[in-house]
Each structure stands twice: as C-alpha cells, then as structure tokens.
Ligand binder design. Structure first.
Ligand code: CTP
Length: 376
C-alpha cells in the first residue's frame, strides 16, 4: 500500500509540500509507545536523505526515541541544489527510501532546507509537532547562519548524535575513487605495463568504509522476534548495495507473499566475484543495517551464500528451492539498480566532486570540533 500511496500522490504532491502517513508493520521493541491519556509527543526531523544510508536510518531511529510519532521532512531537489549541490536521487526516490524505514510514521515531501518562521508555524499548528530534531553536526545556510536557529530560539529543538563513519559525501567519494581507479587501471593496461598489485590494494583502501559495526547497533535495528509457529517465511537474497528505491519495492513485494521476511545479504567476496572488484560499494555490515532498517524486513542473514543449498557449486543457485516447489521469481517494479545510481554520479562527476569538496570541509570541521551529545 505504501508504494501505491507514494506513486498515487506523486504528480500532485511533488510540486508542493505534501504529507502522508505510513503503515505500521513493526511493533517497536525498544521505543515502547506511551499509552494511556498522555498526549503523544510528535517529533520532526528533516534532511536530504540523498543516497540514504544507515547513518540516516540511525538518526531517524534516535529521533523516534525522543517522541511517540516521527514526521520526516524530505528536502526538495531545488533546495538541495541551492544549499549543497545536485542530489543523486530524485524526490520520488528519496521519499520511497525514507517511507520504507520502520521508524517513520509520516513524511512531508518537498520540505524546506531551513526552518523558516512560516514553516515552523506550520509544523507546530498544522502538523502538531512538539520538537524539531537534527544531528549534532552544524547545518549552515549559504550565508553562514544556522538552519535551526528559530527552533532553538523557541526552545523546541533537540539534538541527536550523528553516526560516525558514514555520509552521502563518503559514499559519493567511494564511487568517484573507484571510477578513478578503474580509469588508472585502463590507462595502465593500454600502455601494456604490468599492473602494480600494491597500488591496486592501496587505492582500494583509499575508499574503504570507516564504519565500525557493533553488536549493539545490530540489536537496535532489529525487530527482536522470530516467525510465529505457523508463519509463512519468505526468503529473498541479494547484494543490496547502495540501498535504493528498487530494493524497498522488491522487499515490500516479497513480504506480501508471506508473514515473515528473511533476507540473505551476500558476503563482500560473493558480490566482488559477481559484480567486479570495486563492488560492493557498501560492505556487508553496512548493507545489512540498511536492509534491517526497512519496515518490510523481519530478519537478515549477515553473509548469505550464493546458493540456497548446502551443496556449493550448483550452476543454478535456486535449484533446490525450485525442486521443492518453493521458488518464485519476483519482477522488480523499478528499473533503478546499484549500477545506474553509481553511473549518475560518474556521468556528472565534476559537479559531485565540487559538492564533495564543499561538504568535506564541514565534515572535517565536525570531526575536529565535535561535542558529544547523549544518545546513540
Ligand atoms: N545524519 C546522521 N549521521 C550521518 C549522516 C546524517 O545522524 N552520518 C543526520 C543529520 O544530522 C540530519 C539527518 O541525518 O539530522 C539528515 O541528514 P542530511 O540532510 O541527509 O544531510 P547530511 O547531514 O549532510 O548527511 P550526509 O552527509 O550523509 O548527506
């Protein structure tokens, strides 16, 4: 129903600010709903959510924990262009990603980048928002002023801890550096020179993830329950690299086939073997968190085998499942792929390099000056 709602509203909503509610598939195991007569606390977090990653998901998880209902504003393409540079994903794609997260209750499309007085009053009066939330990284407008100054002034601002080791800038950087490495490698090959293996290792290291996976983070993202006794368990596997709107759609479709969705995430080695040495762009733990954050997913296997069988070496990985009559092929409703997302960045690499150089300065400053806030 989510996608139907999304696509249904797309033509009318995407021209202006639109809001819609999302279904609850997940009973929150950590952030217990405050029942009874007490007023439900509604919190608002906004963002660009371009190339959405588990840092964004973790921000929204923390925001949800500060209230009962989480409303998310997805900043418009025009506002992102004016404040940061061109987004990689369209408004529709970013909305689909945010809407697919299990902590999100409502989304507002085409939100402004800065909390203006007019928009803040709309949040308070129309959307009944109690608090506006943002990560502890400074969010400055082109004139150097704080995008959340007004919310802070009226005492309705709360802060969460930014998730270290990941950012859209970092992901764009990984894609751009793999492009440079591929090009350098081609130049090398064209010149018929032997390839220096050390250089290859060093350059791949240059865009390795800085993320440190912890068991607690996995628990925070988990649903904490297995399938019921008579549950119809659906298994779907894949790389789920650069988690995108097509992944959300296929997971939704898969979940609708049963009562419990188990997702197998291929190891980094399997992805490299099948997609090439610069894949995956996001490593196994990063990909697993992105999938776990999706509202349609019940559980993940972190490092699933290629074959759905104990016997390695089958030419058809689904042979056993097929022979048991439990295999079904799902057609992807969207044409977006990990490669097509990476190609958007490569095709417009100069603009993204510029955007990255600008953001890298503020990220460096954040890490140098960061103040620890409570929360995780
Ligand atoms: N955020 C976070 N941890 C990250 C990245 C983002 O907590 N690693 C938070 C931001 O503080 C913000 C929200 O996620 O409250 C949305 O972020 P967004 O507007 O997309 O922009 P950035 O902060 O620039 O994130 P990125 O660099 O990844 O684009």
């Amino acid at each position: 129903m989510l996608t139907a709602a999304l696509l249904g509203v797309s033509t009318s909503y995407f021209g202006g600010i639109g809001v819609f509610s999302l279904p609850h598939l997940w009973s929150d195991c950590f952030h217990k709903k405050k029942c009874g007569k007490k007023k439900r606390v509604r919190v608002y977090m906004d963002g660009c959510f371009d190339l959405m990653h588990y840092g964004h998901a973790n921000a929204l998880r923390q925001a949800k924990a500060l209230g009962d209902e989480l409303v998310v504003g997805v900043v418009s393409d025009e506002e992102i262009i004016a404040n940061k540079g061109p987004p990689v994903l369209s408004m529709e794609e970013r909305l689909a990603l945010v809407s697919g997260l299990k902590w999100v209750d409502e989304v507002i499309a085409n939100a402004p980048y800065a909390i203006t007085e007019q928009f803040m009053n709309r949040l308070f009066n129309e959307h009944k928002i109690d608090y506006i939330i943002h990560g502890d990284d400074p969010c400055l407008l082109p004139d150097g002023t704080d995008a959340y100054a007004l919310a802070k002034k009226v005492g309705r601002y709360k802060q969460i801890k930014r998730t270290e080791g990941v950012s859209s800038t970092d992901i764009v950087g990984r894609i751009l550096s793999s492009m440079e490495d591929t090009k350098a490698c081609e130049d090398h090959n064209n010149a018929s020179l032997p390839r220096d293996p050390l250089r290859a290792i060093q350059s791949k290291d240059a865009h390795l993830s800085q993320f440190l996976p912890t068991s607690r983070r996995i628990v925070q993202f988990s649903n904490c329950k297995g399938p019921g006794p008579n549950a119809r368990v659906v298994y779907i596997d894949g790389a789920f690299d650069l988690f995108h709107a097509g992944h959300v759609e296929i997971l939704k479709k898969a979940r609708q086939l049963g009562d419990f969705l188990l997702v197998g995430i291929y190891t980094d080695q399997i992805v490299s073997e099948h997609r090439g040495s610069y894949h995956p762009i996001m490593h196994l733990h990063e990909r697993s968190l992105s999938v776990l954050a999706c509202r349609y997913v019940d559980e993940v296997i972190i490092g699933a085998p290629w074959e759905v069988t104990k016997d390695m070496g089958q030419s058809d990985p689904y042979e056993v499942a097929k022979s048991m009559g439990i295999f079904q092929l799902l057609e992807s409703p969207k044409s977006i792929t990990t490669t097509s997302v990476a190609q958007r960045i490569i095709a417009n690499h100069e603009a993204y390099m510029k955007r990255n150089a600008k953001k890298a300065v503020s990220e460096k400053k954040y890490y140098e000056q960061k103040m620890f806030v409570s929360g995780d």
